[in-house]
Design a protein around this ligand. Structure first.
Ligand SMILES: [Zn+2]
Ligand SMILES: [Zn+2]
Length: 53
């Protein structure tokens, strides 16, 4: 299964500098693509609602 960006829902395997990390609050997997990171779009955890950059 492909990992898709939490913000733009794009497949991160085709986008450079993408990251996968765990939510610091609840441990849910957060996927962000390099494009959204570059644009400074905040992520929001789908599980606990934590927002961050
Ligand atoms: Zn994205
Ligand atoms: Zn969370």
């Amino acid at each position: 299964m492909a990992d898709t960006c939490i913000s733009c829902k794009k497949d991160i395997s085709t986008i450079e500098n993408s990251v996968i990390f765990k939510c610091p609050k609840c441990g849910e997997k957060i996927v962000r693509c390099g494009r959204c990171r570059k644009l400074g779009i905040n992520y929001k955890c789908p599980k606990c609602g934590l927002e961050g950059l």
